[in-house]
Write a protein that binds this ligand. Structure first.
Ligand code: ADP
Ligand code: ADP
Ligand code: ZN
Length: 216
């Protein structure tokens, strides 16, 4: 099984949802730069404050900030048997920093979803205020309305950057800066495209099938 993984794909493609399932299934950590940056913001650190300005506009946070937090995270012991990078790298500079740090990847999973559906997914996203489990108001609601499946909490949050206006800007950042990584990783023989349209479980089955095929 391939275990040094990266989730690539536009905002709303389902990277986080798939990474979380894979993390549980394979017992390797999900490393989400978006989650780490939001945690820094919530904690009120200088880094968090700086990052929040970019995030609220739908711009990418500067490379050196993100590279630093990912390097620190990858140095922790729980990444020894593998990891799932979710939302990093997002620029060629970040991808090259990862390679320079001698972090090799086994596979890059590119989740492909048409743009109209991305917007619907993002504008309906919500998460449990306690355990952060991600839901969708209509596509993927909790089993009992208003109650988190995982922890029973009854409050949910909507991300400040999940508005239609900011989403347009985030999609622009993706097309300009992140999409070139498809070619970068395809040239290295690492890119595996997954059709992200369909039920969460169907998409997960596609991802697992790709990973069990092995390298190359
Ligand atoms: P999405 O779920 O839309 O893919 P994320 O939670 O991954 O969003 O990221 C939210 C925001 O955090 C991004 O719009 C960007 O501002 C910032 N961010 C996350 N990861 C990175 C990264 N690798 N490089 C630069 N900015 C990032
Ligand atoms: P990303 O991390 O790529 O931004 P998320 O995993 O947060 O994407 O998913 C975006 C939204 O779409 C969430 O509300 C999530 O519940 C929902 N979602 C994820 N996968 C699917 C799917 N296969 N079908 C329908 N909705 C989905
Ligand atoms: Zn919860």
């Amino acid at each position: 099984m391939l275990t040094r993984l990266m989730m690539l794909g536009p905002p709303g493609a389902g990277k986080g949802t798939q990474a979380q399932l894979l993390s549980n299934k394979l017992g390797i950590p999900q490393i989400s730069t978006g989650d780490m940056l939001r945690a820094a913001k919530a904690a009120g650190t200088e880094l968090g404050k700086k990052a929040a300005e970019y995030m609220s506009r739908g711009d990418l946070v500067p490379d050196e900030v993100v590279v630093g937090i990912v390097k620190d995270r990858l140095a922790e012991d729980d990444t020894a048997d593998g990891f799932i990078l979710d939302g990093f790298p997002r620029t060629l500079v970040q991808a090259e920093a990862l390679a320079d740090a001698q972090v090799s990847l086994d596979a890059v999973i590119d989740v492909v979803v048409p743009e109209e559906l991305l917007i619907e997914r993002i504008t309906g996203r919500m998460s449990c205020a306690s355990c952060k489990q991600v839901y969708h108001k209509t596509f993927n609601p909790p089993e009992t309305e208003g109650v988190c499946d995982k922890c029973g909490h009854t409050e949910f949050n909507v991300r400040a950057d999940d508005t239609r206006e900011v989403v347009v800007s985030r999609l622009g950042s993706y097309r300009a800066k992140t999409e070139p990584l498809r070619t970068y990783y395809a040239d290295q023989g690492l890119l595996k495209e997954v059709d992200g349209v369909g039920e969460v479980d169907e998409v997960q089955a596609r991802v697992l099938a790709l990973l069990s095929e092995g390298k190359g």
